[in-house]
Design a protein around this ligand. Structure first.
Ligand SMILES: Nc1nc2c(ncn2[C@@H]2O[C@H](COP(=O)(O)OP(=O)(O)OP(=O)(O)O)[C@@H](O)[C@H]2O)c(=O)[nH]1
Ligand SMILES: [Zn+2]
Length: 344
């Protein structure tokens, strides 16, 4: 990266500029956050790298890598509204969300042309991307190791016809992903351990970061990625590479799930009962479509599983406790019933 980074190539866009008041336009400068520490922020501005302290009232927990903000020389004064937010639930704090990245344009949903490939996992990533306001692209790594990469590509395309699929060798992606990674564009990688995220990140950035040899038994590698930053890509764009990215779970993603399963979501609206569970209810449009061969019953199960997962992950701590108590009560009830039947 050169010392002077023009704002546009960093991703500065009219919808950020519009948020500035006339006063801010003449006194403050925009910068993009590249690292967040407890009491200090690293950022890139028109003049290059910056080290800033947050102004009083600004909490660094509310700032994410990728955020656009305004600074007055040494202090970060104001955070600008985001286009997209990737967040996860902070451990042990109810429904509080921990920021992972901001203003990501494209998520490369990374899986391999091998046993890692799993439609349910891809659908989960798709729902997550859509819920976060980020465009998904499916990236199939290890195409070079597969005798039939076209077959994996076709399987990935069948998961969602609206999403671009690119099958490649993560060690040599060439220009295959460049359309999403040019100057001003920001990408992030999501995928399970060992699929080649570090390898791809290294190839796209031209930097080296340690990768672990893959374990042959289960197609999984070891965790090797470290560091938390905004990395420059050789094609001109930016990669947000934060450790939290790999622990992203679905929560508050109802709209993303509905968008990913829009066929089922639309059918469900035509069910006779508005709270239809699509099992055995009369007038169930979903079961009707399954009977007619128009919907794969496995897809209905995956949809319901994701909805359950999202509900549970979105619960507050109080709701989780209430659910656990209800489950305990049910269990005790079943045990009592059993001992009664045994005549105890
Ligand atoms: N032949 C081939 N090998 C690959 C490809 N992608 C990754 N690998 C190898 O697979 C192993 C795991 O890759 P990593 O890049 O470490 O995977 P990761 O997704 O970063 O894994 P974690 O850091 O555990 O999340 C390494 O030995 C890579 O060299 C590919 O497209 N083709
Ligand atoms: Zn139904």
């Amino acid at each position: 990266m050169t010392d002077t980074t023009p704002l546009a190539s960093l991703g500065w866009a009219p919808d950020f500029l519009r948020q500035l008041t006339l006063d801010e336009l003449s006194t403050l400068s925009p910068c993009r956050i590249s690292a967040v520490h407890r009491a200090r922020l690293e950022a890139l501005g028109a003049t290059g790298p910056l080290s800033l302290s947050p102004a009083p009232g600004l909490c660094t927990a509310e700032i994410a890598v990728g955020d656009w903000a305004l600074y007055d020389g040494t202090r970060l004064v104001r955070l600008l509204e985001r286009r997209a937010t990737l967040a996860r639930r902070a451990a042990g704090t109810g429904a509080a969300r921990q920021l992972i990245a901001a203003n990501v344009d494209t998520l490369f949903l990374t899986t391999s042309c091998n046993a890692d490939f799993n439609p349910a996992r891809i659908e989960r990533y798709l729902a997550l991307a859509r819920a976060s306001g980020v465009t998904p692209v499916i990236v199939l790594t290890k195409a070079d190791e597969s005798p039939e990469p076209e077959a994996w590509q076709a399987r990935a395309e069948a998961v969602d016809r609206r999403v671009a699929v690119v099958a490649l060798d993560a060690r040599a992606p060439g220009e295959r992903l460049a359309d999403w990674a040019r100057a001003g564009q920001t990408v992030a990688l999501l995928g399970s351990s060992g699929v080649g995220k570090t390898t791809l990140a290294n190839a796209l950035t031209g930097e080296a970061q340690a990768t672990a040899p893959i374990r042959a038994d289960d197609a999984k590698g070891r965790h090797t990625t470290t560091g938390r930053h905004l990395r420059a890509l050789v094609s001109g764009g930016w990669l947000i590479d934060t450790p939290g990215m790999r622990e992203l779970r679905l929560s508050g993603a109802e709209a993303g799930i509905a968008a990913t399963f829009d066929d089922l979501d639309t059918l469900a609206r035509a069910c006779r009962f508005h709270d239809c569970t699509h099992q055995t209810e009369p007038g169930c449009a979903v079961q009707g479509a399954i009977a007619a061969g128009a919907v794969d019953p496995a897809r209905l199960l995956r949809w319901q599983k994701l909805q359950r997962e999202d509900r549970i992950n979105s619960e507050t701590l109080a709701e989780t406790h209430a659910r656990d108590r209800a489950f305990d009560r049910m269990k005790r009830g079943v045990l009592r019933e059993k001992s009664r039947l045994r005549g105890e």
